[in-house]
Design a protein around this ligand. Structure first.
Ligand code: SOE
Length: 379
């Protein structure tokens, strides 16, 4: 028998759309006991929230997240607000016994993230953070290959997340679409926004990061602030690179920037092990490159694994062999796994606690860059 999971969505920006699409699609492709019901969307601007509700099929609208959380007909709170507005609703939702799905990064910093973890753990409510790239079939396959020991001992983990959308110095900071440039709303720049994705994937694939040495740069020092109308100092990191050690003895190298002209969302990683290497690129997300040293030397080389057949992670739910899926499917997979976890009682990561570890690495990175020193990851 199917059970409804009544969703209350807070925020209706870009992520609100990706999540709503996932709620709309998941039951068409995945057979889960719990079925999401788009019960209410919450935003301060009633007209905009209503327009979003009409477009995406939400039954009702709230303008105050406290009212949304107080509603008895809401089972799960989905937080899609700027980063500084995650912890208030998350803690209140936990205290009200609601299931919680929270956008990444979990919080502004680890101190706040720790409080959010304590709240969900004390309340015993199911929780998940939207680090969606784990659920690209090629990335999930990478996890399987590593866990099967095909790479052997891992020596190197390298990741990049490159964009170019903030090169224009006339771009303002703050407000609706540009909160990512405002340190008060975002907490940090590329570290929390982009490297957090790379760190989440890295910890998932290769285990904990123990210490880091980082540098950051803010190329445009002042931007007009949309909320004050004045030129104000830019306090986020526009670019960040760091070296690190993993607990398993491997070395990590990470780079992210919004100033890599020509790159819109080039998320890549390469992992080198004793027996094999793998590499992956978000712009070609249905393929995984694999080099196996045990291949016969006359045919040994990088091979391209096409991730479209039904024996690949998640792909038995989609089309026929040879046909691709895309970015939006990562969110559908996340919802499917989460609904399944409600059925089985076995948490689908990344939980708030997992995301706290990512946050601790981000904090160590920012500390290291500021103090110009190697920094241990707290935890
Ligand atoms: C920023 O441009 C952004 O949208 C991030 O906020 C997302 O987390 C990332 O997946 C893509 O880029």
């Amino acid at each position: 028998m199917s059970k409804p999971l009544n969703i209350g969505l807070i925020g209706y920006g870009f992520m609100g759309r990706t999540h709503s699409n996932a709620y709309s699609q998941v039951s068409h492709f995945f057979d889960t006991e719990y079925k999401p019901v788009k019960k209410a969307v919450c935003g301060r601007d009633k007209e905009k929230a209503q327009a979003f509700a009409d477009q995406w099929g939400y039954e009702s609208v709230e303008t105050d997240w406290k009212q949304l959380i107080a509603r008895n007909d809401i089972d799960a709170i989905d937080i899609c607000t700027p980063n500084n507005l995650h912890s208030g609703p998350a803690i209140a939702a936990a205290e009200a016994g609601k299931t919680i799905l929270c956008e990444k990064p979990l919080a502004i910093d680890s101190e706040e993230a720790e409080k959010m973890c304590e709240a969900v753990e004390k309340a015993g409510v199911p929780n998940i953070v939207w680090y969606n790239y784990r659920r690209i079939p090629a990335v999930t396959l990478a996890k399987q290959l590593i866990d099967e020991g095909r790479l052997g001992k891992i020596f190197h983990y390298r990741a990049n997340f490159l964009q170019d959308w903030t090169i224009n110095a006339d771009l303002p900071q703050g407000g609706a679409a540009l909160w990512r440039l405002d340190a008060e709303a975002a907490g940090s720049g590329v570290t929390g926004d982009l490297l957090a994705h790379c760190i989440d994937t890295a910890i998932w694939l290769n285990g904990s990061i123990t210490d880091v040495s980082a540098m950051t740069e803010t190329f445009v020092k002042e931007r007009m602030h949309n909320l004050t109308g004045k030129m104000e100092a830019v306090k986020i990191d526009d670019a960040c690179a760091f070296l690190c050690h993993f607990g398993n003895g491997s070395l990590g190298l990470f780079e992210s920037t919004r100033y890599a002209r020509g790159h819109k969302a080039l998320y890549t990683f390469e992992i080198n092990g004793e027996k094999a290497s793998i590499r992956w690129d978000l712009h070609d997300l249905n393929r995984l490159e694999y080099f196996d040293h045990s291949d016969d030397s006359v045919v040994r080389g990088w091979r391209t694994v096409h991730i479209t057949d039904g024996d690949m992670p998640y792909m038995d739910h989609w089309w026929v062999p040879g046909l691709c899926i895309g970015y939006e499917h990562t969110f559908i997979h996340q919802v499917a796994d989460f609904l399944k976890s409600l059925e089985t009682g076995e948490a689908a990561g990344p939980t708030f606690r997992d995301a706290l570890e990512t946050q601790q690495v981000c904090d160590a990175v920012l500390h290291s860059a500021k103090e110009r020193c190697w920094t241990d990851v707290a935890g």
